[in-house]
Design a protein around this ligand. Sequence first.
Ligand SMILES: [Mn+2]
Length: 274
Amino acid sequence: MSNTFLEIEPEYSRYNTSKFVVVPCPHETSTSYGKGTKNGPQAILNASYNIENFDEELKFETYKKAGIHTMTPCSAGRLPSTINKILKDKKTPIVLGGEHSITPYAVEAVFSNFPKLSVLQFDAHADLRDKYHGNKNSHACAMRRTLEICPVVQVGIRNISPEEYEFAQKSGQINNMHFANQLESVEKAIAQLSEYVYITFDVDAFDSSVMPSTGTPEPGGFFWYEVLNILKLVAKNKKVVAADFVELMPIKGFSAPDFTVAKLIYKLMGYLSR
Ligand SMILES: [Mn+2]
């Protein structure tokens, strides 16, 4: 069991001297098929203990360069005030879900600090339903709620309902929606983002062979280096001010997907520390 990201020594993980603040948010109320996203944050922290701290691509140890602090787990209700404080302290919050419904809470807090914010969503699903099983705050509505706050650019999409598709067409959101089989539009997608960017990464954006540990896995998704290339481009061209990684549903005794998410988070931190 690891209580902090990477379990690094206090010298590099104190709040005051850290650029990144990891906020575990094990919120789960509305998952549809699989259950267990509430165990996601702990699985990511456990896996992070085993990742190599030297970034083989960037040739530095990100944690020494930037500092990474990990907070005690936070409820969805406390997420906005927590994120607000982290941003006021000029740090970058990295939220670990939990289900995708936490994203609008987090985005609202980030938007109040960065009015020129837009969101880059990695996801298999459009998540644009107005309601799901009568619930406006379901994870299936996460991006519809987020869209009520600021613009959203979607990549990796390959699961959308007729109602969502109709909404996307009527609202114009369809122009900011990039389907998984249109990878060539990645640069266009990044150009659609505003100066300040919040990244929300639903792990089901990955191909289901890479990421079986999620409630609603989908074939036809991203592979590792495709995702890294997008993150690299965004980090280079925009100011990424916050991120979340959601919907990991760890499978007991099968740690590769947990490791993938932990390493992905560390890669993003590296790209943001160059
Ligand atoms: Mn989602």
